[in-house]
Each structure stands twice: as structure tokens, then as C-alpha cells.
Design a protein around this ligand. Structure first.
Ligand code: HEM
Length: 537
């Protein structure tokens, strides 16, 4: 509890008895000022037909608090569901002690459990949008470790659309609804994608059944970006993280998803909640892939490129622990909506790689959370570490407590000091100090290899997955202008000839049949956006 370590600035409430007026008991409705509410059915008016008067304190408190119930939804990943549980480390990686690679305490001592909170999500649409939509799924885990919090903010798919953080707002704008019509438009999406060849691998997954996981329990998770592990000697390796569901993996074809959506657009939240309520706790195993630190010129991709999978035969998956989700939130808003995850939230023994996407992400998360939740978002119980916190940070909107350490001189909110203030921690191992040198440039990486893995993935799909992929692409591309279709076919062909040929044939057949209007991926819309664009030439 955050209060344990701090002094409440709200004062009386915590220390005084819970006084009650005569005739009141603990369930008597009160205002936030503690006034018993005697009239909760009618506002105060001149005569029973009105008009109303403005001095109704209780009414104004009630309605104005209601008016402020929402905070801004997440700019991406607005729709989500969460659960509590624990992570249990195996203490080793493969046959080796894990301490050889990382000194992070969360991974030491086989069998040790660390509490976690997980939030699953869809990406593109708003907070109450259907959970059946074609979209990556978020898989964000907050580990409340003895060294403070560690967030592993991942997705279900193992790769991403882009490899440079500069492009993220454009990518999201293309996928979000049209700014004029407020309708998702596949032409805007493929206009952007046809100019973004590094997205081909992700698009191949996204338009296949892998783009609609059946629910949150039967999907994988991945850290996507490359991180580092650091051992006690200050030596680092590159790592990728993967969550594998014990429940198995299940995806939906477009048709199956439409059948679910016709009856229930909260099915994934419901599935997770009900499974936990009935004691059927979902479980994932955590695997890592490890690569020695360096550029690896022998590979045909860059180890820091998040549009690439590290081939499993070269970089085996090594199990390092398991995670069980066994408790539902008690309040959705307090826990799930106000939860704040970020890629910058690492503990000793875990580090960033030079992946420039990761660095862009790391700025973005806490920046948006200071705006979305507020400057003191880390004081909220869901975000606060479950360990001692002692900072010299003070004040700001909605300050809930001052995190004074026991015995700390309350006058000293600065460091260094000789008057009983806070002091720096001791280093816990040899500092990892990579040498960085180079020209400051604005350039893309050398080994782009945009199409090879996309082709491999296409060929590795089973027949029904390929059929559904082609169908979904054709349905979404059929409303796009020919120049966008042609560019896309050209890129599919670079991935795999059969892939390009099948999309081209599908579009040709379609063209011979009818002219459709624009709309979201996998459906038809109003066509307004296109008419507008056409009018403007
Ligand atoms: C949420 C930015 C790429 C996974 C968010 C949020 C922002 C953001 C601003 C909202 C956070 C909040 O309001 O609390 C970015 C940027 C990216 C990027 C700038 C690229 C430069 C990625 C990638 C992944 C990912 C590659 C997958 C590994 C997530 C997840 C959430 C999220 C899971 C939801 C977290 C939650 O449940 O609260 N992202 N993102 N993002 N992002 Fe990213």
C-alpha cells in the first residue's frame, strides 16, 4: 500500500475515528464533505415544478464529479482488459544459471514469485470498440519486483510495422478513422503501407487469421523490440522476450470473427474475466532468445530491427519462467484504465538496446501518461511499486502523499544533505558502460531486407491461413485506387510470387464483378471519403 511509506496530506481521515452523526451508520450515503445525504431523489426547487436553485451543494458535487468521470483514453490501445497474478522464475536459462546473463533479481532463485499486473488490448479504435477487430493485440506486463517495477510492454505479434519512431504518429493516423468522416478507411491504410515496405511482414500476419486472436487467453505475447541483459560483471547480451500461452493459440478467420461480433463485442474481456472467476487461471511461459551484443554482420537482418523475427533454429527459445493470472481487478477504472506501462521502466540487470524505435517509445509512454493520468500517476496504487519509495519529488496536481522515509528530516527534500535526508543507493554490480561513437545522422539502417521474412511467413502459413489472408487483402484493397493496388501487388510479389499473383487475380475478379465503396478493413463503408478526394482531383 502506497500509504504505508508516506504521510497522508489529507490528514484527519486516516488518524481520527470514523465519526458518525446520530442515526447514521457506515452505509449511510454522504457527500465527499461527510454530510449525510437526506435527499437524493429530488433537487431543491421553488415549488415542486421548479425552477431550481443553484445552492444545492449535494447536487452540484454529485453532477460535477460525474461530469469529470472520464480521463482521456489512451491514444492507442484504448480498449483493454486486465488481471493480476504472479511471475515465477526458473532461475536458469536453458541449462545455465540465469545469473550468467542477468543480475535482475526478478529472475534469480528458482521458484521465487513476483506479483504482476497484465493489460491486454486492441490498438486502433476507442475504449468500447469491438474486440473482434483486425488489429495487433497489446500484451503489457508490470512486474512489481523487489528492485522496483519492470514493465514489459509487448504485443501478440512478434514484429512491428515500422522500425523508426519518427513514423509512429503517421502509421497510427493511417489506421485510425478518417479525420473527416470518422470512419476507418482501408485506402488510407494501404496508401501509407504501399509507401512503407518494411511493413510487409507485419501486414502478412495482420491480414491472416493471426490478425484476430480468438481471445486474450489463447494468444502469444512478445516484447518485439530488442533489449539487453546485464550480469554482475557489467557484461551485456541482446535479448528478445516471448510469452507462450499454456491454453494454446487460437485465431479467427474474418468470417468467424463476424459471427462472434454479431452477438458480442466484449467477448475477449468476458472470456478473461469469467475464466479467472471460475478458477481456470490462464498461464504463459516466458522464453528469451539471446544474441551476443554487436552488429552481427553475418545475418541478413539487423538484430535491432523490430520488423524481423530472430530465426528460432539459430536463436533457440529458452524458457525462463511462467506467469499465472489469478485475480480480477476490483475496479476497472482504478486498475485497468489508470494503469500506466512504459518501455523505460526497467530494473537493474535489464537495459535498453540501441534500437531507435525502443528509444522513441520510451519517451512517448511516460509523456502521454503525465497528460492522460496526471503528473502524479505513479502515486496511484496500480502504478506504485510494492516496495519502499523515497524521492525528493514534491507537490503537483493530485498529490496524494509525501513519500518521506522513516526518520527522514521532513525539511530536507533535496540531496546531498548532512541533515538526515535521502542518500544515493550503492551500485549493485559493475556498471555496464557501452562505448558509443559515430556521426550524428538521419538515416535508415543498412540491412533492410523488407520482403524475405514476409515471404517465408507466407509460405509457412497453412492453406486456410493463406486463403483467408488473400481474401482479406482483396476485400480491403478492392476499394483502393489502382495505383495503390499496383504498388501493393508489386510488394507482395517481392515477398513471394504466388502471394502477389493471388492478390492480383483476386482483385481482377473483383473488378470484373462490381465497384464497391470504401470502408474499414474487412467491411464496406459509405464511400464518402473517396468521393471527396475524387472531387478534389
Ligand atoms: C500503448 C506509443 C510502438 C505496445 C501506447 C501508448 C503510446 C504508445 C503513447 C499509450 C500509453 C498510455 O496511454 O498509457 C508508441 C510509440 C511506438 C509504439 C511511439 C513506436 C515508436 C509499440 C510497439 C509495441 C507497443 C512496437 C509492441 C511491442 C503497446 C501496448 C500499449 C501501448 C501493449 C498498451 C499498454 C497498456 O495496456 O496500457 N504506445 N508505441 N507499442 N503500446 Fe505502444
Amino acid at each position: 500500500d502506497a500509504m504505508e511509506h508516506g504521510i497522508s496530506v489529507t490528514g484527519a481521515g486516516d488518524s481520527l475515528d470514523k465519526r458518525m452523526a446520530e442515526g447514521e451508520d457506515e452505509r449511510t450515503l454522504t457527500t465527499r464533505q461527510g454530510h449525510p445525504v437526506k435527499y437524493n431523489q429530488n433537487i431543491r426547487t421553488v415549488g415542486n415544478r421548479g425552477p431550481a436553485t443553484l445552492e444545492n451543494y449535494h447536487f452540484i458535487e454529485k453532477i460535477s464529479h460525474f461530469d469529470r468521470e472520464r480521463v482521456p483514453e489512451r491514444v492507442v490501445h484504448a480498449r483493454g482488459a486486465g488481471a493480476h497474478g504472479f511471475f515465477e522464475t526458473y532461475g536458469k536459462v536453458g541449462d545455465e544459471p540465469i545469473s550468467k546473463y542477468t543480475r535482475a533479481k526478478v529472475f534469480q532463485d528458482a521458484g521465487k514469485r513476483t506479483p504482476v499486473f497484465v493489460r491486454f488490448s486492441t490498438v486502433t479504435h476507442g475504449i468500447h470498440s469491438p474486440e473482434t477487430l483486425r488489429d495487433p493485440r497489446g500484451f503489457a506486463v508490470k512486474f512489481y519486483t523487489e528492485d522496483g517495477n519492470w514493465d514489459l510492454v509487448g504485443n501478440n505479434l512478434k514484429i512491428f510495422f515500422i522500425r523508426d519512431a519518427m513514423k509512429f504518429p503517421d502509421l497510427i493516423h493511417a489506421f485510425k478513422p478518417d479525420p473527416v468522416t470518422n470512419i476507418q478507411d482501408s485506402e488510407r491504410i494501404f496508401d501509407f503501407i504501399s509507401n512503407t515496405p518494411e511493413a510487409m511482414h507485419m501486414i502478412t500476419f495482420l491480414f491472416s487469421p493471426w490478425g484476430i486472436p480468438a481471445n486474450y487467453r489463447q494468444m502469444q505475447g512478445s516484447g518485439v523490440n530488442t533489449y539487453k541483459w546485464v550480469n554482475k560483471d557489467g557484461e551485456a547480451v541482446l535479448v528478445k522476450y516471448h510469452w507462450e500461452p499454456k491454453q494454446g493459440i487460437k485465431n479467427l478467420t474474418q468470417k468467424e470473427a463476424e459471427e462472434v461480433q454479431a452477438k458480442n463485442f466484449n467477448h475477449a474481456t468476458q472470456d478473461l474475466y469469467e475464466a479467472i472467476e471460475r478458477g481456470d487461471y490462464p498461464e504463459w511461459e516466458l522464453y528469451v532468445q539471446i544474441m551476443s551484443d554487436g552488429e552481427h554482420p553475418e545475418l541478413d537482418f539487423d538484430p535491432l530491427d523490430d520488423t524481423k523475427i530472430w530465426p528460432r533454429d539459430q536463436f533457440p527459445w529458452l524458457p525462463v519462467g511462467r506467469m499465472v493470472l489469478n485475480k480480477n481487478p476490483e475496479n476497472y477504472f482504478a486498475e485497468v484504465e489508470q494503469a500506466a506501462f512504459g518501455t523505460g521502466v526497467l530494473v537493474d540487470g535489464l537495459d535498453f538496446s540501441d534500437d531507435k524505435m525502443l528509444q522513441g517509445r520510451t519517451f512517448s509512454y511516460s509523456d502521454t501518461q503525465r497528460y492522460r493520468v496526471g503528473a502524479n500517476y505513479l502515486q496511484l496504487p496500480i502504478n506504485a511499486p510494492k516496495k519502499h519509495v523515497a524521492t525528493n519529488q514534491r507537490d503537483g496536481q493530485m498529490t496524494y502523499y509525501v513519500d518521506l522515509a522513516p526518520g527522514q528530516n521532513p525539511h530536507v527534500n533535496y540531496e546531498p544533505s548532512s541533515l538526515n535526508g535521502l542518500k544515493e543507493a550503492r551500485p549493485s554490480g559493475k556498471e555496464y558502460t557501452p562505448h558509443v561513437e559515430g556521426k550524428l545522422v538521419r538515416e535508415s539502417i543498412d540491412r533492410t531486407s523488407n520482403f524475405k521474412q514476409a515471404g517465408e511467413t507466407y509460405r509457412a502459413f497453412s492453406g486456410f491461413e493463406r486463403d483467408d489472408l488473400i481474401l482479406n487483402l482483396v476485400n480491403s484493397l478492392k476499394t483502393c485506387r489502382p495505383r495503390i493496388q499496383e504498388k501493393m501487388i508489386e510488394m507482395f510479389t517481392k515477398c513471394d510470387e504466388d502471394y502477389g499473383r493471388r492478390v492480383a487475380e483476386g482483385l481482377k475478379q473483383h473488378h470484373e464483378k462490381d465497384e464497391s465503396s470504401h470502408g474499414p478493413i474487412g467491411a464496406t463503408g459509405t464511400g464518402e471519403a473517396v468521393k471527396q478526394a475524387e472531387n478534389k482531383g
